[in-house]
Each structure stands twice: as structure tokens, then as C-alpha cells.
Design a protein around this ligand. Structure first.
Ligand code: ATP
Length: 266
């Protein structure tokens, strides 16, 4: 296992928001975390890299290759973020500083992670842009000069720049139109194949689960109600809540086994 979340709870002063959650992610797999808005998926993913808002308390353990991330100092965890574990968010625009070029973002990110040779940084940035299908000329552009899909590609390029072992992707297509969203996920799948990284993929969208996930967990009101292999859950959901979610997803409600649909789509 690359990541084992063990009995993690997240609480505010008023209430427990994530309640005793455990799940494990294997090397190289695409693990989906599914559930309605407000079920605690984002907070759980933020807890992994110690990125929770300061008003929230976390209990439990998050073992990353055997090391408990929750027991590390903020400085230690900053080293791990980017190099071993990185994030891509729904709000890609918020991840960029408007008055800095794309190139400057690559520069800063690499300097912050100790890549000191300017030439190496430039080469890595250009390679990274190419790896996500972007033209080198984008290096000198400002974020507002890129489309949403292009910016999200840059986010992926940055997130994978230092070859992390685990990528946490939190609703990365929500702010994109469906064609751009589809392209982004195809790109993620391609980059995952090339790099072998594991992905924790947070989504509402069962079509994306069906197409990309290996295993998944279903979260409701801060608890995991069901987890397991994709085909088992899509074809034979056990929990009433999972059944409702799958029924509510229009293209999954036809009763076709997930395997058949997947073959059709690939
Ligand atoms: N800093 C905070 N303090 C208190 N409560 C919070 C804080 N941040 C989030 N919450 C609450 O915690 C709950 C879970 O939020 P979270 O963002 O993890 O849900 P989610 O499942 O990711 O939802 P979505 O799919 O809409 O992103 C929500 O009810 C949210 O309002």
C-alpha cells in the first residue's frame, strides 16, 4: 500500500465532520472517493498533506509508505508535498498568481523544491509542458491568456513535475466544460501510465469512476459506507446509499455490467 488512512476523524469545535474513516490506496492505482457534496471528501484529502484549515482538528493516522504524515512537522510535510505527494484542485484559477507568467510559476515551484540550476529548471518546465500537450510558447504567457483546459493542464504538469508517488485530484473537471474535462482525464490517465503514480480521485461523477477507477470508497456524512473494487460496487452495490447514487447517475442506470460499458468506451 502506498497510503493507508487509519481511523481518521476531522472535527470543528461544533461537530465531527469526518468520522473514523479508513481506506488504503495501492501502488499505481486510481482510487476514487465518491459522495454527495458536503460528505467530507475534500477535507479528508486535505488532511493527508496537512492542508486542513486551522480551525479543524484531525485524529488518527495517515501512513504514506509507512510514515505517519500526521505526525510530521509542517516543515517535514512541506518537503513531502510536491515531491512525493501533490494536489490538483477544481479551482485551477486560484492556484495561479495572475501577474506571473506560466514560466515564473514553474521557476518558483522548482526553486521552492531546491532545484537550483536555472538551465535544469527551464528544461524541466519545457518537458513538463510538452508532457501535457501544451506548446512551449505558453511558457511566457500569463494565466489569463490560457483557456481553463490549458490552465488545468499546466496544473497537472506542475503537480507531476517532481514525479510524486501519489496525486490527489479533487474534482478537477468540475470547472471545465465536458469536452475539456474529458481531455483532462484522458491526459491524467496517460500520465499515470507513464509515471506509475497512484491517484486519489475525488468526484461526484460515476461516469468517471466507471471509466478510470480501479477501486473506490463511497462517503456519506463523513463516513465511508462502502468500499471495494469498481466492478463489484458498480454491478453489485451493497449499501442503500450507493444504490441510490448509482441509480441517480443517468448513464449508469441501464443495468449494463460495468465491464461492458468500459469496453465500449475505451
Ligand atoms: N473550515 C471549516 N470549518 C468548519 N466546517 C467546514 C470547514 N470546511 C468545510 N467544512 C464543512 O465540512 C463539510 C465537508 O466539507 P468537504 O468540502 O470536505 O465536502 P465534500 O464532500 O468535499 O463536498 P464537495 O463535493 O461539495 O466539495 C461541509 O459541511 C463543509 O461545510
Amino acid at each position: 500500500m502506498i497510503l493507508s488512512i487509519e481511523q481518521v476523524s476531522i472535527s470543528s469545535r461544533e461537530k465531527k465532520i469526518v468520522d473514523n474513516v479508513s481506506l488504503s490506496i495501492r501502488e499505481g492505482e486510481w482510487y476514487a472517493l465518491v459522495g454527495q457534496s458536503g460528505s467530507g471528501k475534500s477535507l479528508l484529502s486535505q488532511a493527508i498533506g496537512q492542508m486542513l484549515p486551522p480551525n479543524l482538528q484531525v485524529e488518527g493516522n495517515v501512513f504514506f509508505r509507512g510514515q505517519d504524515l500526521l505526525a510530521l512537522s509542517p516543515k517535514q510535510v512541506r518537503t513531502i508535498r510536491g515531491q512525493k505527494l501533490s494536489y490538483i484542485f477544481q479551482d485551477y484559477q486560484g492556484s495561479f498568481t495572475p501577474f506571473r507568467t506560466i514560466g515564473q510559476h514553474f521557476e518558483e515551484y522548482q526553486k521552492a523544491h531546491g532545484i537550483l540550476a536555472a538551465k535544469t529548471r527551464k528544461i524541466k518546465a519545457m518537458d513538463a509542458l510538452e508532457s501535457v500537450g501544451l506548446d512551449e510558447t505558453l511558457y511566457n504567457r500569463y494565466p489569463f491568456q490560457l483557456s481553463g483546459g490549458q490552465l488545468q493542464r499546466v496544473s497537472i504538469a506542475l503537480a507531476l513535475l517532481l514525479s510524486p508517488d501519489l496525486l490527489i485530484a479533487d474534482e478537477v473537471t468540475t470547472a471545465l466544460d465536458s469536452v475539456s474535462g474529458h481531455k483532462i482525464l484522458e491526459l491524467l490517465a496517460k500520465r499515470q501510465k507513464e509515471t506509475g503514480c497512484s491517484i486519489l480521485f475525488i468526484t461526484h461523477d460515476w461516469r468517471h469512476v466507471r471509466r478510470y477507477a480501479t477501486r473506490l470508497a463511497v462517503m456519506k456524512e463523513g463516513k465511508i459506507v462502502e468500499s471495494g473494487g469498481k466492478h463489484r460496487i458498480l454491478d453489485h452495490p451493497q449499501h442503500e446509499y450507493t444504490k441510490q447514487l448509482i441509480q441517480a447517475a443517468p448513464t449508469l442506470g441501464h443495468g449494463l455490467p460495468s465491464g461492458l460499458q468500459e469496453v465500449e468506451n475505451r
